[in-house]
Design a protein around this ligand. Structure first.
Ligand SMILES: [Zn+2]
Length: 203
Protein backbone atom coordinates (compact mmCIF):
# COMPACT_ATOMS: atom_id res chain seq x y z
CA UNK A 1 0.00 0.00 0.00
CA UNK A 2 1.23 3.50 -0.80
CA UNK A 3 1.38 5.71 2.26
CA UNK A 4 2.25 9.35 2.63
CA UNK A 5 5.10 9.95 5.04
CA UNK A 6 5.77 13.44 6.35
CA UNK A 7 9.09 14.21 8.02
CA UNK A 8 9.40 16.63 10.95
CA UNK A 9 11.14 18.96 8.44
CA UNK A 10 7.78 18.96 6.61
CA UNK A 11 9.15 17.16 3.55
CA UNK A 12 6.53 14.64 2.43
CA UNK A 13 6.95 11.63 0.19
CA UNK A 14 5.10 8.48 -0.81
CA UNK A 15 6.43 5.11 0.24
CA UNK A 16 5.38 1.55 -0.55
CA UNK A 17 4.63 -0.25 2.69
CA UNK A 18 3.52 -3.85 3.17
CA UNK A 19 0.12 -4.54 4.75
CA UNK A 20 1.19 -8.01 5.65
CA UNK A 21 4.38 -9.94 6.31
CA UNK A 22 5.03 -13.64 6.90
CA UNK A 23 8.18 -13.87 9.00
CA UNK A 24 8.47 -17.63 8.48
CA UNK A 25 9.13 -16.91 4.79
CA UNK A 26 10.65 -13.44 4.95
CA UNK A 27 13.78 -13.85 7.03
CA UNK A 28 15.06 -10.40 6.03
CA UNK A 29 11.78 -8.89 7.22
CA UNK A 30 12.04 -10.78 10.50
CA UNK A 31 15.65 -9.64 10.99
CA UNK A 32 14.80 -6.01 10.22
CA UNK A 33 11.96 -5.99 12.78
CA UNK A 34 14.33 -7.39 15.39
CA UNK A 35 17.20 -4.98 14.64
CA UNK A 36 14.92 -1.94 14.33
CA UNK A 37 15.52 -1.17 10.65
CA UNK A 38 12.10 -2.37 9.46
CA UNK A 39 10.21 0.32 7.50
CA UNK A 40 12.87 2.95 7.94
CA UNK A 41 13.36 5.69 5.37
CA UNK A 42 15.92 8.44 4.95
CA UNK A 43 14.38 11.85 4.38
CA UNK A 44 15.68 13.33 1.11
CA UNK A 45 15.63 16.83 2.47
CA UNK A 46 17.11 16.68 5.97
CA UNK A 47 18.66 13.20 5.89
CA UNK A 48 17.04 12.03 9.11
CA UNK A 49 15.99 8.41 9.37
CA UNK A 50 12.25 8.05 9.79
CA UNK A 51 10.56 5.02 11.25
CA UNK A 52 6.86 5.48 10.70
CA UNK A 53 4.53 2.92 12.28
CA UNK A 54 1.56 1.66 10.34
CA UNK A 55 -0.93 -1.15 10.80
CA UNK A 56 0.62 -4.44 9.85
CA UNK A 57 -0.59 -8.03 9.85
CA UNK A 58 2.21 -10.40 10.74
CA UNK A 59 2.06 -14.15 10.32
CA UNK A 60 4.49 -16.75 11.56
CA UNK A 61 3.66 -20.17 10.15
CA UNK A 62 6.32 -21.78 12.37
CA UNK A 63 4.42 -20.87 15.52
CA UNK A 64 0.94 -20.41 13.99
CA UNK A 65 0.94 -16.86 15.34
CA UNK A 66 -1.13 -14.16 13.64
CA UNK A 67 -0.37 -10.75 15.07
CA UNK A 68 -1.80 -7.33 14.28
CA UNK A 69 0.39 -4.31 14.91
CA UNK A 70 -1.35 -1.13 16.08
CA UNK A 71 0.94 1.92 15.84
CA UNK A 72 2.22 3.19 19.19
CA UNK A 73 0.77 6.63 18.45
CA UNK A 74 -2.71 5.04 18.38
CA UNK A 75 -2.32 3.21 21.74
CA UNK A 76 -4.85 5.32 23.63
CA UNK A 77 -7.41 5.25 20.82
CA UNK A 78 -7.07 1.47 20.68
CA UNK A 79 -7.38 1.06 24.47
CA UNK A 80 -10.48 3.26 24.54
CA UNK A 81 -12.07 1.24 21.75
CA UNK A 82 -12.02 3.84 19.02
CA UNK A 83 -9.40 2.14 16.87
CA UNK A 84 -10.72 -0.81 14.91
CA UNK A 85 -8.69 -3.96 14.43
CA UNK A 86 -9.58 -7.10 12.45
CA UNK A 87 -11.16 -9.95 14.36
CA UNK A 88 -8.91 -12.94 14.96
CA UNK A 89 -5.29 -11.82 15.31
CA UNK A 90 -3.66 -11.05 18.63
CA UNK A 91 -2.83 -7.35 18.93
CA UNK A 92 0.48 -5.78 19.86
CA UNK A 93 0.91 -2.02 20.14
CA UNK A 94 4.09 -0.47 18.77
CA UNK A 95 7.24 -1.96 17.31
CA UNK A 96 8.72 -2.64 20.74
CA UNK A 97 5.88 -5.05 21.56
CA UNK A 98 6.07 -6.60 18.10
CA UNK A 99 9.79 -7.24 18.50
CA UNK A 100 9.19 -8.63 21.97
CA UNK A 101 6.48 -11.00 20.75
CA UNK A 102 8.73 -12.38 18.00
CA UNK A 103 11.50 -12.95 20.54
CA UNK A 104 9.14 -14.74 22.92
CA UNK A 105 7.93 -16.97 20.06
CA UNK A 106 11.50 -17.69 18.95
CA UNK A 107 12.56 -18.61 22.47
CA UNK A 108 9.43 -20.73 22.82
CA UNK A 109 8.45 -19.13 26.12
CA UNK A 110 4.79 -19.19 27.10
CA UNK A 111 3.40 -15.72 26.28
CA UNK A 112 1.00 -15.58 29.24
CA UNK A 113 3.70 -16.61 31.72
CA UNK A 114 5.96 -13.89 30.31
CA UNK A 115 3.19 -11.32 30.95
CA UNK A 116 2.85 -12.59 34.53
CA UNK A 117 6.58 -12.02 35.08
CA UNK A 118 6.30 -8.55 33.51
CA UNK A 119 3.43 -7.75 35.90
CA UNK A 120 5.60 -8.69 38.88
CA UNK A 121 8.46 -6.53 37.55
CA UNK A 122 6.14 -3.57 36.94
CA UNK A 123 4.71 -3.76 40.46
CA UNK A 124 8.22 -3.55 41.85
CA UNK A 125 9.18 -0.73 39.47
CA UNK A 126 6.51 1.62 40.82
CA UNK A 127 3.31 3.11 39.57
CA UNK A 128 4.41 5.53 36.84
CA UNK A 129 2.11 4.77 33.95
CA UNK A 130 4.75 5.37 31.33
CA UNK A 131 6.94 2.55 32.60
CA UNK A 132 6.96 -0.36 30.20
CA UNK A 133 8.61 -3.75 30.46
CA UNK A 134 9.70 -5.85 27.51
CA UNK A 135 11.13 -9.33 27.31
CA UNK A 136 14.46 -8.85 25.55
CA UNK A 137 16.25 -12.17 25.28
CA UNK A 138 17.18 -15.42 26.93
CA UNK A 139 20.51 -15.43 28.76
CA UNK A 140 21.50 -18.99 29.59
CA UNK A 141 18.39 -20.34 31.27
CA UNK A 142 17.30 -16.88 32.47
CA UNK A 143 14.85 -14.46 30.90
CA UNK A 144 16.11 -10.90 30.50
CA UNK A 145 13.62 -8.03 30.61
CA UNK A 146 14.20 -4.36 29.85
CA UNK A 147 12.38 -1.68 31.82
CA UNK A 148 11.74 1.55 29.86
CA UNK A 149 10.42 4.88 31.13
CA UNK A 150 12.38 5.05 34.41
CA UNK A 151 12.83 8.49 35.93
CA UNK A 152 16.59 8.57 35.34
CA UNK A 153 16.05 7.86 31.65
CA UNK A 154 18.03 4.64 31.83
CA UNK A 155 16.87 1.24 30.71
CA UNK A 156 16.66 -1.14 33.62
CA UNK A 157 17.70 -4.75 33.13
CA UNK A 158 15.97 -7.46 35.14
CA UNK A 159 16.77 -11.16 34.90
CA UNK A 160 14.31 -13.78 36.03
CA UNK A 161 15.27 -17.36 36.73
CA UNK A 162 13.92 -20.32 34.86
CA UNK A 163 12.40 -21.60 38.12
CA UNK A 164 10.38 -18.38 38.60
CA UNK A 165 9.22 -18.75 35.00
CA UNK A 166 8.26 -22.39 35.58
CA UNK A 167 6.26 -21.48 38.66
CA UNK A 168 4.40 -18.81 36.64
CA UNK A 169 3.63 -21.47 34.00
CA UNK A 170 2.44 -23.87 36.68
CA UNK A 171 0.18 -21.19 38.14
CA UNK A 172 -1.40 -20.11 34.82
CA UNK A 173 -4.56 -22.16 35.10
CA UNK A 174 -5.42 -20.58 38.46
CA UNK A 175 -4.38 -17.09 37.35
CA UNK A 176 -6.59 -17.19 34.25
CA UNK A 177 -9.67 -16.95 36.48
CA UNK A 178 -8.13 -14.45 38.93
CA UNK A 179 -7.94 -10.66 38.54
CA UNK A 180 -5.98 -8.82 37.33
CA UNK A 181 -4.73 -11.69 35.19
CA UNK A 182 -8.17 -12.50 33.83
CA UNK A 183 -8.36 -9.00 32.34
CA UNK A 184 -4.70 -9.07 31.36
CA UNK A 185 -5.11 -12.24 29.27
CA UNK A 186 -8.26 -11.04 27.50
CA UNK A 187 -7.98 -11.06 23.74
CA UNK A 188 -7.24 -9.48 21.40
CA UNK A 189 -4.62 -7.63 23.48
CA UNK A 190 -3.24 -9.88 26.23
CA UNK A 191 -0.75 -7.35 27.54
CA UNK A 192 0.28 -5.99 30.89
CA UNK A 193 0.57 -2.59 29.23
CA UNK A 194 -3.20 -2.13 29.25
CA UNK A 195 -3.53 -2.35 33.05
CA UNK A 196 -3.16 0.29 35.73
CA UNK A 197 -0.57 -1.22 38.03
CA UNK A 198 -0.72 -0.73 41.78
CA UNK A 199 2.83 -0.68 43.13
CA UNK A 200 3.75 -3.37 45.63
CA UNK A 201 3.23 -2.14 49.19
CA UNK A 202 6.11 -2.50 51.58
CA UNK A 203 4.33 -2.11 54.91
ZN1 LIG B 1 13.22 15.60 6.74
Amino acid sequence: MTRRIVCHCEHGFDAQLPDEIDISEDSAGRASILDGSFLSFDCERCGDTLRPEFDLLLRDKDSDAVIYLVPEVDRDRFLFGSYSVPEGPTVVVGFAELRERIRVLEADWETQAVEVLKYQILRRAGSASDIKVYFDRSVGDQLEFHVHGLRNGEIGVVRISQSAYQSAVGDLERLRSTEPYKTLFELPYPSIHKLEIEPESHD
